[in-house]
Design a protein around this ligand. Structure first.
Ligand code: ATP
Ligand code: MG
Length: 557
């Protein structure tokens, strides 16, 4: 992906600098992990994290694990576990090994007992609400629990009974015994375990106590010998606690590093909000092509290479920012320009009748599949007396410099003939129903009978051979750029773009009848399109991935 002709030394991002420093200091076995919670489908923000973690491991001959952070049985599901694996593979990465935080429940439990014996953890009977209220504030210390000074023996006994299911949800928690006056509120005796009598998607009913994120995450990293545990910025305040557990247990010293999460304009990027869109049927599902999920981008026609290129261009920042959706579109356009075959389709047709073309005659027109890639060769499109052109490629009263079709003017039908508009036919309402044209028989594929030059080239399909197709035209899902910046009292769903999906019936060239689901094309002059799984033999469906117009490239250079 990098430009090999470019000999200037590569600029490292801050994580690469950190890793290179660790390698210099003698750490050879670099290991990262991607740790999703299986409580929803992955989105483009996760894709950034995947590219980063797997990418760093690849670059430094290390390893990257996939680990499901499945410590909350209430919101998690196997459907998500499966989709996450699909998405990572589809993006082009292979994990070294796959793990579940739930695989470590026994080890985590043993370690919790160890901390209890060392006097570093205790069972608290206060309700969670009380614990929250007595944590203090940034300026005031918290209040110690009346149960804080239980003996290790009593704590061990209570903790074992918590595990054995003697108590109801919320009756007791296990807390780390750190410092109720610590300036970092997260270190004021954080909760390590809570009681949840809910079946877990992997461990069934074996457990009714579940570890909190802060206690599970770092220890899981340590078990797997993760050297660089990369997470998003909001976890920087958790780092001292991450280190505290590892030191208190004296286990493999994994370290945590934070980078800024990816935010994109005109969308939302939290699984909770995405789930709400799905559950409230505001979109067709997790893979609705307007969603920012990986599965949706894939259905829409994005390629793994385009998403990896996007992650690369975004880079790694240390401060939160919001990236223009136009950059993502730029990346897919660049990739598809090289890889997608060209086809012709007309989305809003007017019929053109070529009056001097013999009735019943049919020719084949040779069309180039991809001018960017000769090896893609050519195909043919039948040419007949009647063709469809795009309604907005004709203007009855054109302004100056209008090079498309207008009365008395000539235009080239792409790869075929020059035609000249002789007569405009309208219905009773004044709508144009047909254009009568003549053609220059000497102009096939280029040139003309007398050497005259014609500027305009438009796409077309043969009326009798074209297939009907359902074309889905997508636009941004939200009307505002920054969905975290809403007016007071508004919900993010108030900003859904009512015009984010427009469905039209178009005509496509016959060759497209053979397209496979997921196959991608450039419809000449219209954009990039991908065949949707909703297609049936009678009703092919194409999603517009992105238009051809490129509003980003000026800024991206
Ligand atoms: P969400 O808030 O969207 O539900 P999450 O952080 O709860 O996301 P996890 O499943 O916990 O989702 O995330 C797995 C990994 O992906 C974590 O390391 C997390 O930091 C990273 N990640 C999540 N969202 C983003 C984002 N927008 N940009 C970069 N990395 C992200
Ligand atoms: Mg999370």
């Amino acid at each position: 992906m990098s430009n090999t002709e470019n000999t200037t030394p590569e600029k490292l991002n801050f994580l690469e600098e950190i890793i290179e420093a660790s390698i210099k200091a003698g750490q050879n076995d670099i290991k990262t992990r991607f740790p999703p919670e299986p409580n929803g489908y992955l989105h483009i923000g996760h894709a950034k994290s995947i590219c980063l973690n797997f990418g760093l491991a690849e670059k430094y001959n290390g390893k990257c694990n996939l680990r499901f952070d499945d410590t909350n049985p209430v919101k998690e599901d196997v459907e998500y576990v499966d989709s996450i694996q699909d998405d990572v593979r589809w993006l082009g990465f292979q994990w070294d090994s796959i793990h579940y935080a739930s695989d470590y429940f026994d080890q985590l439990y043993e370690w919790a007992c160890e901390l209890i014996k060392k006097g570093k953890a205790y069972v608290d009977d206060q309700p969670q609400e009380e614990i929250r209220l007595t944590r203090g504030t940034v300026t005031e210390p918290g209040k110690e629990s009346p149960f804080r000074n239980r003996t290790p023996e009593e704590n061990l006994d209570l903790f074992q009974r918590m595990r054995a299911g003697e108590f109801k949800d919320g009756e007791k928690v296990l807390r780390a015994k750190i410092d109720m006056a610590h300036p970092n509120m997260l270190l004021r005796d954080p909760i390590m375990y809570r009681i949840i009598h809910t079946e877990h998607h992997r461990t069934g009913n074996k457990w009714c106590i579940y570890p909190m994120y802060d206690y599970a995450h770092g220890q899981s990293d340590s078990i797997e010998h993760i050297t660089h545990s990369i997470c998003t910025l909001e976890f920087d305040v958790h780092r001292p606690l991450y280190d505290w557990f590892i030191q208190a247990l004296d286990i493999f010293p994994s370290h945590q590093y934070e980078f800024a999460r990816l935010n994109l304009t005109h969308t939302v990027m939290s699984k909770r909000k995405l789930l709400q869109l799905v559950q409230d049927k505001l979109v067709m599902g997790w893979d609705d092509p307007r969603m920012p999920t990986i599965t949706a981008l894939r259905r829409r026609g994005y390629t793994p290479a385009s998403i990896r290129a996007f992650a690369d261009k975004v880079g790694v920042a240390k401060r939160d920012n919001i990236i223009d959706l136009g950059l993502l579109e730029f990346c897919v356009r660049e990739d598809l320009n090289k890889t997608a075959d060209r086809r012709m389709a007309v989305l809003d047709p007017i019929k053109v009748v070529i009056t001097n073309y013999p009735d019943g005659k049919e020719e084949v027109i040779k069309c180039i599949n991809n001018p960017e890639d000769e090896t893609r060769g050519t195909r043919t499109v039948p040419f007949t007396k009647e063709v469809y052109i795009e309604r907005d490629d004709f203007m009855e009263e054109p302004p100056k410099k209008y090079f498309r079709l207008s009365p008395g003017k000539e235009v080239r039908l792409r790869y075929a003939y020059l035609i000249k508009c002789e007569e405009v036919i309208k219905d009773a309402s004044g709508k144009i129903t047909e254009l009568r044209c003549t053609y220059d028989p000497e102009s096939k594929g280029g040139g003309s009978s007398d050497g005259r030059k014609v500027k305009g080239v438009i796409h077309w399909v043969p009326a009798s051979h074209a297939l009907k197709a359902e074309i889905r035209l997508f636009d941004r899902l939200f009307t505002i750029e920054d969905t975290s910046n809403m007016d007071e009292g508004k919900s993010f769903t108030d900003y859904l773009n009512p015009d984010s999906l427009k469905t039209v019936t178009g005509y496509i060239e016959p060759e497209l009848g053979n397209a496979a689901i997921g196959e991608k094309f450039q419809f000449e002059r219209l954009g990039y399109f991908c065949k949707d799984p909703d297609s049936t033999p009678d009703n092919p469906v194409f999603n517009r991935t992105v238009t051809l117009k490129d509003s980003w490239s000026k800024i991206a250079k």
